[in-house]
Design a protein around this ligand. Structure first.
Ligand code: ADP
Ligand code: MG
Length: 358
């Protein structure tokens, strides 16, 4: 089916008619000029938005539409969790060119819906328009920060609250998504050279993208289908630990640590050997002749959480599943330092992510 057969309103209706609202704060969803939200009560409202451009943030050669929908939602939910918040609503805008089919959009919305269901978020609106070249996606997420159980004060977790002697913690493991991307890029190059060869023989249609990823599923999953760490926020709340600062790791650990140090006017000391790395990440980094710690420090798109906690919370944080203490906060004049496995010290540098993310 062609998009033109449905028309703009038919298309929106087709994609969104089964969406139901879950949250008490979602009063009116898709269908009117605006959604209506109830942001009153004893809480703070947090809002974030992200744009994803084809060719800059994603490549349709190796990104299935369902994964694209899922990931587009997830990167926004991750920002809400990074404030200590609970996401409640999403608004999604899509600009598409003529290549995009109704089936592709259905898959995209399947992915979006799955992300929303898993995180109890309501899709309450959006916009649909055309583009001359490439697909563009813009998602806005709205969430709320509630007080911890038994407390009255609401404390959104900013980047600016880290204090000297605080412990620096990360969730999960790092560098896996970056290596997932390297694998995808390698297979894409193989595919493109097969395609060029076939084109010369006039048989371009016979080439299909059939990548060989055996044994690398975890890395691909981390790149294509990241999971925003709702579980970590819940675990911190349960143990009563208030992080002093937090952000999600989208541009690499180094870059994010420097953001926290700058915003909090502090330094930090991080130990390379404590940076959590998955076995497959280490093996694959070696295959690519890459230093796995460089991948963990400078790769992107992990969507793990980086946070600091007071030293007095050491035992409670050390007991949490899937959280590692990788160092501590220092006075600003000491700078942001990495202590390598062989005991050398280097100033952390923000190399960031090379996919055009600003
Ligand atoms: P307007 O002309 O006021 O922008 P639209 O026709 O674009 O209205 O949108 C009608 C309704 O459909 C609105 O509630 C809007 O939020 C929703 N909507 C439009 N596009 C999308 C989309 N891609 N995904 C979800 N909701 C959408
Ligand atoms: Mg509109």
């Amino acid at each position: 089916m062609q998009i033109s057969e449905l028309g703009e309103f038919g298309l929106i209706d087709h994609l969104t008619s089964t969406i139901k609202l879950e949250n008490a704060s979602s009063l009116v969803g898709i269908g009117d000029d605006c959604a209506v939200l109830d942001c009153s009560g004893q809480k703070r409202t947090v809002v974030t938005t992200d744009m994803l451009m084809e060719g800059i943030h994603f490549d349709l050669v190796y990104t299935p539409f369902k994964h694209l929908g899922y990931k587009s939602a997830m990167v926004n939910l991750s920002d809400i969790y990074a404030m200590g918040g609970t996401p409640r609503q999403l608004v999604v805008s899509v600009a598409m060119d003529r290549r995009i089919t109704v089936k592709a959009l259905e898959d995209f919305y399947d992915g979006l819906r799955l992300a929303c269901e898993r995180h109890h978020v309501d899709l309450v609106g959006g916009d649909t328009t055309s583009s001359i070249t490439g697909l563009a996606i813009s998602i806005t997420a709205i969430g709320e920060v509630l007080p911890y159980d038994g407390e009255t004060e609401v404390r959104p977790i900013l980047r600016s609250g880290a204090k000297d002697t605080d412990l620096v913690c990360v969730s999960g493991n790092l560098g896996a998504a970056y290596l997932g991307l390297q694998l995808m890029e390698r297979e894409k190059q193989i595919y493109l050279s097969q395609l060029r060869e076939a084109e010369q023989k006039g048989k371009a249609e016979s080439v299909v993208f059939e990548p060989d990823f055996a044994g690398k599923e975890y890395l691909l999953e981390r790149f294509l289908k990241p999971e925003a760490r709702r579980d970590i926020i819940e675990a911190l709340r349960k143990t009563g630990v208030h992080p002093t600062s937090m952000m999600d790791i989208s541009d690499g650990l180094s870059s994010e640590l420097l953001h926290i140090c700058k915003a909090s006017n502090c330094g930090c000391r991080i130990f390379e050997e404590r940076i959590p790395i998955d076995y497959q990440t280490a093996v694959t980094a070696e295959e690519f002749n890459l230093n796995v710690y460089t991948c963990a420090l400078n790769g992107g798109e992990d969507y793990e959480l980086l946070f600091t906690v007071p030293l007095t919370d050491h035992d409670r944080v050390a007991a949490l599943d899937d959280v590692k203490i990788i160092g501590h906060i220092t006075r600003p004049e000491l700078g942001a330092q990495l202590v390598t496995r062989d005991g050398n010290e280097f100033a952390l540098q923000a190399q960031g992510w090379n996919q055009g993310e600003q």
